[in-house]
Design a protein around this ligand. Structure first.
Ligand code: MSP
Length: 645
C-alpha cells in the first residue's frame, strides 16, 4: 500500500505562521502514521512563488522577485525541521522542471480545444488571486480579505471548466469520501448546482510579468492557480516519472477551507481535461483563529511557530494543535490553552505515568523488565483497554480525526495512572509473598508505556524516541515502529534493561493573567486587580480543624439537569462522591486521573439530588470580565489520600 499526501504550496508573501504550521504538522503526522502501518509514503509540501501578490511584496521590499522568493521560500523550508516535519519533497513553482511541465500541460489542453481566447470583465480579488462572483461577496467585500474587489476588464485565455461540470458532480456523488468532512462536500455540491463559468487562466504581461509564459502566446503569463495546482503532478515527475506511476492514483490533498474552490473545482476539472484519474481524497480543515478572527498576515495577528517551539517545545506544539482542533472546525489559539494542555495532558497525565512507572521499576526491580509469569491473580484491564484503544486510534487516524485518536490514548494513560493507585505497588513491594503480583503490575505498566511510545510516535516523534530509549529499545525497533509487529500485548522482552532519561515534559508557568479591561466613558481603561479583602484571621487550631487531602479523580460525569455541576468520584484514599461547580470549565474526560485538593471533613450536602461528601479546591480567576475556575493540583506524584499540611 502507498500513500501520497500533500499540503498546499504556501505563498511566499508572508513568513510561516501557525496556520501553515498546522496543515504541515497534520500532513507529517499522517505520513508518519501510514509508515507505522507499513506503507510506502510520499509527503510533499513547497512554495507558490508566482503572481501579483508576490510581485508586489518584492516591489515593496525593493528587491527582484527572484531574490525575494528565494529568501521567503528558504524560511518555509527551514521552519519545517524545527517542527519535526520531514517532507520527502519540497517543491517550488519557480523550479525549471515545474515551469516546463506547466507549459507542456497548457499546450496539451490548448491543442485539445479546452482553452480559448475571450474578453472578460469581472471582480478581481488580489488577496485570493482570482475573480469572485457577486454571490461570494459580503457587504461588497471579499469575506477573506475584507477588501472590495476591483472591476477588471481585459482579453484573456479561458479554460473550459464548464465542460467537466457534470462529470465532476457525478464523481462527487458516487464517492462520498472524495471531499471530507461532509460539510465541505455539501458546500461544493451546492456551488456546482449552479452553472459553472469557465476559468480565466492568463494575465497579460502588460499587467504582470512574474509568471510562467503561455507557450502559445508570450504576451500572457499563466494565472497563478493554474500554475500552482499542477505542483501536485510535477512533484511526482509527471508525465513519466517513476513516482508518478506509484503515487498519483493515491493522492490525498490537505487544505484549509479558504482554498476549497480551487481544489474541489478548478483542480479536478483540470485533471479531467488531462485525461488523468482524479485524486483520491481532499481533506479540509478549519481556521486557527485568534479572538474569533482568522490568523493571517494581512490582519496582523499571526503566531510564529518557531517562537512557540522555543517556549513550549516542538512536541508540545504538535500535540496541542492536533488535540485542540477538531479537524474540519475552527479552533482558537491562546497561550493559556497551550500551557493548560502542556501541564495537564503532557506533564500530569503522560509525564507522570512515565516517571512514576519508571521510578518504581528502578526501585523494585533494579530497572529491569520483570517477568510477570509467576502472578497467580493476573488481571487484564490494561491489556483489554489497550486493544480497544489501538482499534479506535487506527480508525481515527485514518479519518483525520486526530483529536479522537489522542482522546483514546489518554483514556489508556488515565486508566494506567489509576491502575497504579489501585494496585499500590509500594504496598506489594513490602510483602515478599506478593513479588509475583508486583512484577505483573509493573510489567503491565511498562507494556502500556511501550504501546504509547508506538502510538504517539506520529504526533510526538522526538518524545517517543526518548521514551523508546528509556524502555531500553533501539530507536528503530519494530516494537515501537510497526503497528503490525508492535500492536500486540506482552511484547517487551523480560530482562530488558531500562535507561534513565530526563523528565519528558517539564511544567510551564501560566503567564500572568490578562487584567480585566473596563470601558469608562467610551475609553478603554485598565482596571487594577484589587486584592480581595481577607476573611477574618483564624487561629492555627481552627485551620487544623480543616482536613485538606489530595484526591484522585477516578470518574466524572455531568449532574443531570445542571449546566454547572459535575459529579466526581474521587479516591482520598477511600472512594467518595464530590459535586463540584466546574462543568463550565472542564469536560469530564479531561479531569479523570487528575490529583486535586479537597476539603475532606465537610458536612455532606445534597446538590441537585446528589450527596456531596466534601469540596474540591479551585482557584477563581477574573479574566476579561468573566470568572473562571482552575482546579488546584499538586506538583508531583502523590499518593491519593495524603494530608495537605
Ligand atoms: N498558494 C496557495 C495554495 C496553492 S496550493 C496549490 C495559498 N497559499 S497560502 O499561503 O495562503 O496558504 C493557505 C493555506 O495555509 C491554507 O489552506 C491552510 O492550509 C494554511 N493556513 C493559512 N492560514 C490559516 C489559518 N488561519 N488557519 C488554518 N490554516 C491556515 O493559498
Amino acid at each position: 500500500m502507498t500513500t501520497y499526501i500533500t499540503t498546499p504550496i504556501y505563498y511566499v508573501n508572508a513568513e510561516p505562521h501557525l496556520g501553515h504550521a498546522y496543515t504541515t504538522i497534520v500532513a507529517d503526522t499522517y505520513s508518519r502514521f501510514r509508515r507505522l502501518q507499513g506503507e510506502k509514503v510520499r509527503f510533499q509540501t513547497g512554495t507558490d512563488e508566482h503572481g501579483d501578490k508576490i510581485a508586489e511584496a518584492a516591489a515593496r521590499e525593493g528587491v527582484s522577485p527572484k531574490e525575494y522568493v528565494d529568501r521567503i521560500s528558504g524560511m518555509f523550508r527551514d521552519t519545517w525541521p524545527l517542527l519535526g516535519v520531514a517532507p520527502d519533497n519540497f517543491i517550488r513553482t519557480t523550479d525549471a522542471k515545474h515551469m516546463s511541465t506547466v507549459q507542456k500541460i497548457l499546450q496539451q489542453v490548448y491543442d485539445q480545444g479546452d482553452i480559448y481566447f475571450d474578453e472578460y470583465s469581472g471582480l478581481y480579488c488580489k488577496g485570493c488571486e482570482r475573480f469572485l462572483t457577486e454571490k461570494e461577496l459580503v457587504d461588497g467585500k471579499c469575506p477573506d480579505h475584507q477588501i472590495a474587489p476591483a472591476q477588471i476588464a481585459e482579453q484573456n485565455y479561458f479554460f473550459r471548466m464548464s465542460r467537466y461540470q457534470q462529470q465532476l458532480i457525478d464523481h462527487i456523488q458516487a464517492n462520498p469520501e472524495f471531499i471530507t468532512p461532509e460539510r465541505y462536500r455539501n458546500e461544493v455540491l451546492s456551488f456546482l448546482s449552479e452553472p459553472l463559468e469557465d476559468l480565466c487562466i492568463s494575465r497579460p504581461t502588460s499587467r504582470l510579468t512574474w509568471g510562467i509564459p503561455l507557450p502559445f502566446d508570450d504576451s500572457f503569463v499563466t494565472y497563478v492557480w493554474f500554475d500552482a495546482l499542477i505542483n501536485y503532478l510535477t512533484g511526482l515527475g509527471y508525465p513519466d516519472g517513476e513516482e508518478f506511476e506509484s503515487y498519483w492514483g493515491v493522492a490525498e490533498h490537505l487544505i484549509a477551507k479558504d482554498i476549497l474552490k480551487p481544489h474541489a473545482i478548478y483542480w479536478p476539472t483540470m485533471i479531467l481535461s488531462l485525461g488523468l484519474p482524479l485524486y483520491k481524497k481532499l481533506h479540509v480543515h478549519g481556521y486557527w483563529n485568534v479572538d474569533e478572527t482568522k490568523m493571517s498576515k494581512s490582519i496582523g495577528n499571526v503566531v510564529r511557530p518557531a517562537e512557540l517551539v522555543e517556549e513550549y517545545g516542538v512536541d508540545c506544539l504538535r500535540y496541542f494543535t492536533l488535540r485542540e482542533m477538531s479537524f474540519g472546525l475552527d479552533a482558537s489559539f491562546s497561550s493559556e490553552s497551550i500551557v493548560a494542555r502542556k501541564n495537564s495532558d503532557l506533564a500530569n497525565d503522560l509525564g507522570n505515568l512515565y516517571s512514576r512507572s519508571m521510578a518504581m521499576l528502578v526501585k523494585y526491580t533494579g530497572g529491569v523488565v520483570p517477568n510477570p509469569a509467576a502472578d497467580q491473580t493476573s488481571d487484564t484491564v490494561l491489556e483489554e483497554l489497550a486493544g480497544s484503544v489501538l482499534l479506535r486510534y487506527q480508525e481515527a487516524m485514518e479519518n483525520f480525526q486526530f483529536h479522537r485518536a489522542l482522546q483514546a490514548m489518554w483514556e489508556l494513560i488515565s486508566l494506567a495512572n489509576k491502575y497504579i493507585v489501585t494496585n499500590e505497588p509500594w504496598a506489594l513491594a513490602k510483602d515478599p509473598g506478593q513479588e509475583g503480583r508486583l512484577h505483573a503490575v509493573l510489567y503491565n505498566l511498562v507494556e502500556v508505556l511501550r504501546l504509547l511510545t508506538l502510538l504517539l510516535q506520529p504526533v510526538m516523534p522526538g518524545t517517543c524516541a526518548k521514551m523508546a530509549t528509556g524502555l531500553g529499545l533501539e530507536g528503530d525497533s519494530p516494537l515501537v515502529n510497526s503497528l503490525e509487529i508492535g500492536g500486540g500485548w506482552g511484547l517487551l522482552p523480560v530482562g530488558t534493561e531500562l535507561q534513565k532519561i530526563d523528565a519528558l515534559f517539564p511544567r510551564v508557568e501560566q503567564k500572568k493573567v490578562k487584567q480585566p479591561v473596563q470601558k469608562v466613558s467610551g475609553k478603554k481603561k485598565k482596571e487594577k486587580v484589587k486584592a480581595e479583602p481577607l476573611a477574618g484571621i483564624i487561629t492555627f487550631d481552627q485551620f487544623k480543624a480543616v482536613e485538606l487531602r489530595v484526591a484522585e479523580i477516578v470518574a466524572a460525569e455531568p449532574v443531570k439537569k445542571s449546566d454547572r455541576l459535575l459529579k466526581l468520584t474521587v479516591k482520598a484514599p477511600e472512594e467518595r462522591v464530590i459535586v463540584a461547580g466546574i462543568a463550565e470549565y472542564y469536560r469530564p474526560e479531561e479531569i479523570v486521573g487528575m490529583l486535586v485538593l479537597i476539603v475532606a471533613n465537610l458536612e455532606p450536602v445534597r446538590l441537585m439530588g446528589v450527596e456531596s461528601q466534601g469540596m474540591v479546591l479551585a482557584a477563581k480567576m477574573e479574566e476579561e470580565g468573566k470568572s473562571r475556575l482552575v482546579l488546584s493540583t499538586v506538583s508531583g506524584p502523590v499518593v491519593p489520600g495524603s494530608r495537605v499540611a
